[in-house]
Structures are given as structure tokens and as C-alpha cells.
Design a protein around this ligand. Sequence first.
Ligand SMILES: Cc1cc2nc3c(=O)[nH]c(=O)nc-3n(C[C@H](O)[C@H](O)[C@H](O)COP(=O)(O)OP(=O)(O)OC[C@H]3O[C@@H](n4cnc5c(N)ncnc54)[C@H](O)[C@@H]3O)c2cc1C
Length: 381
Amino acid sequence: MSEYVSAWMDEDLAIYRESVARFVETEMVPQDARWRAQHHVGHEIWRKAGALGLLCTDIPAQFGGAGGDFRHEVVLYEEMGRRGLSGFGQGVHSIAAHYLLNHGTEEQKRRYLPRLASGELVGAIAMSEPAAGSDLQAIRTRAERRGNEYVVNGSKIFITNGYLAGLVLLVVKTDPTLGAKGTSLLILETRELPGYRVGRILDKIGQHAQDTSELFFDQVRVPADCLLGGEEGRGFAQLMSDLPYERLIVAVQAVAAMEGALGETLRYVQGRTAFGKAIAEFQNTRFRLAEVATIVRVARTFVDRCIQDELDARLDDVGASMAKWWTTDMQQRVLDECVQLHGGYGYMNEYLVARLYADARVTRIYGGTNEIMKELIARSF
Ligand SMILES: Cc1cc2nc3c(=O)[nH]c(=O)nc-3n(C[C@H](O)[C@H](O)[C@H](O)COP(=O)(O)OP(=O)(O)OC[C@H]3O[C@@H](n4cnc5c(N)ncnc54)[C@H](O)[C@@H]3O)c2cc1C
């Protein structure tokens, strides 16, 4: 197949990609089985990635970031995504950094961003609760102002990076009578924070190396200057403004997973034989792979366009929602075909396509469900 190169790639990025791929191959791939067994990637890999300048790559250097742009972020998502490395929650970490960059006070940016960039702190975003996911206005976690502090009570569920997180951007109600306008974000440094407890790492059907966890807050006291941006009631607006960035990340990861699966399946069907010939020679295989390759190319082309829009600061909610729902739906379809073409081996976790298949299911659910994406698109008509 002719090699497709994204228009946003250039020579410098190609060199950068080589070093990222080397890091991923030597520091991550050999550890993935252990990470999946223990359900987290540990702190060491975060510090190593930070030391090499692979974290917060699109955060300005004055705040400890690499001073690059979204393309540098994409390169790491792609190199991990193609290899089925779903434990290292770079996406959520970067989104947490962006909340700070876009909405934090100068003091908040200086206090936290350099430590996110170095990997000293792993970032998480805690919105979802047992009784409130899509309907975020229904959250109950409460932060009550008492003098110079907030007192936080409540719980969160399904929190990516939850077990390792040293910094949690926590969505709370500062005034339950005001609906969306009573919602705020608190910045919580979790280490030795009295009343803060990480529950179990949740037992998922895929993404086994990811430390998705429950979080509990029991009379947690934090200084009032932990309010993101310093003004109560801004939480919903802050969340909404960063959603296109978040949804594009999910789409970028979906395309990378499809590309990884296609490459692996093309190799597999050439090597495996049945009835005296390679599986690749059956017309069914050729047609299935032609369909998959077409889907992957269409997805890649649209997501590349969205990446360019993000770089030009014009990615909107509708475009990001389209990219998120469609690529993740296609991710499932493509992975299903790739598993089928692997036969029984495709169902074995030691095969990349099996892990990619199980990891893919949640992408239609998190980052806003695909039904919610369609709601958002339909509202723009
Ligand atoms: C592995 C994993 C990681 C996650 N990481 C995070 C994280 O880091 N931080 C975080 O805060 N959350 C996280 N989540 C939570 C995720 O964002 C929610 O699960 C998701 O938003 C859906 O919410 P819910 O589970 O409460 O489902 P519900 O909102 O109860 O939805 C159930 C079903 O109803 C549908 N539905 C709901 N409302 C509508 C509507 N208006 N129209 C049509 N259909 C509708 C949904 O699409 C879905 O199919 C994660 C979840 C998982 C599984």
C-alpha cells in the first residue's frame, strides 16, 4: 500500500517521531504485560517520559512544557496507540494541563504545570459520579467555602489515572442552588491529603494497564486558592471550552489503533496458510482488508484535518464531536474485522489485535458518549 504521510508532518517531526518510537519500544512495550497484570503503569515511566520532554509538549516552556504544539502530542498518542499501549494516560494528563493553562491563575500555572511536565505529578480529571455521567449537572460532590478553605465531600467514579494521580482537577458544586452556574473546578494535590481516598482500580473488560479508579472525599479541606481561575461558578464554561481538544485526542487515538491493527493484520494474513495458500490470497480477505484500509484512510484524512484545525485554533465542538463518534465507531468495526482475520489467535491476549479489540470498546463511551456527540452535532442544525 502506498505510504500516506500526514500533511502536518515535517522533517523535524519525523526526527522527533523516531526518538518517541525508540522510547515507546524500549521503555513501554516490554513492560506492557506487567502493567496490564498490575493494572497501572507505575510512577517511574511518567518520570522518564517527563525527563525526555515527552509530557506537556504543547505547553509553553515558561511553564515547564516543551513549547511545541499539538503535533508533538499527537506523535506520542500515535506511537503508543499503534502498539496498543493504553495504560499510560497521556491524554487525560495533557487535558488536565490544558485546564490549568487556559483557565488557571498565573500562580496556579507556575505552581503545577512544571510538575506535570516533569512527571512528578500525574494528572487526572474527575467529573463522573456513580449517579451522574452524561448529565454532568447532576453531580453531587460538594465544596463548601469555610473561611479560607473549601471542605469537599463526595465521590467520583471511572477516573482515568486515578490511582497514580498526584493532581486531580475536581468538578464540584460550590452552590447547589445555581445549576451549571454553581459548578466549579478545584485543583487538588492528593499526596497525604487527609480525607482523600483512592478506591479500587476498577476491573474493566479492556485497557487493563490503565489505573481507572474510584475517588472518595470525606471532609477534605483545601485552601481557597485551589479554585481554578479563582472565581466560583466558572466550572461548566471551563469544561465546555476544552472539550474539542479532549475529543480530538480520542479520535487521534482511535485512528492510531486502527492503523496498528491494519498493519499487524496485513502481516499476519501473509504468513498464515490454509488450504495450501496464504490467508491473504482469499478474495474475502482481500475485500475485507480493502474495506478496512479505506475506512482507515478516510478516518486519517478527516482527523488530520481536525489536527490542522486545532493547530489553527479553529476546531469547533461540531467537528470534534464528528471526529470522536465516527472514528471510535469505525475503530470497533475495524478491530472486529482484524480479529476475525486472525482466527482463534485474534482472541488471544498475547496478540496485538486482541488487546486493541478489547481496549477499543470504551472509546465509544468515554470522552462523552457517542450518543451525546450526535446530540451536539444535531443541535447545530
Ligand atoms: C474506562 C473509562 C474511563 C473514564 N475516564 C473518565 C475520567 O477520566 N474522568 C471522568 O470524569 N469520567 C471518566 N469516565 C466516565 C465517562 O465519561 C462516562 O462513563 C460517560 O460520560 C457516560 O456516563 P455514564 O457512564 O454515567 O453513562 P450514562 O450517562 O448513564 O449513559 C448511559 C447510556 O445512556 C445514553 N444517554 C445518556 N444521555 C443521553 C441523551 N441525552 N440522549 C441519548 N442517549 C443518552 C448514553 O449515551 C449511554 O449509552 C470514564 C469511563 C470509563 C468507562
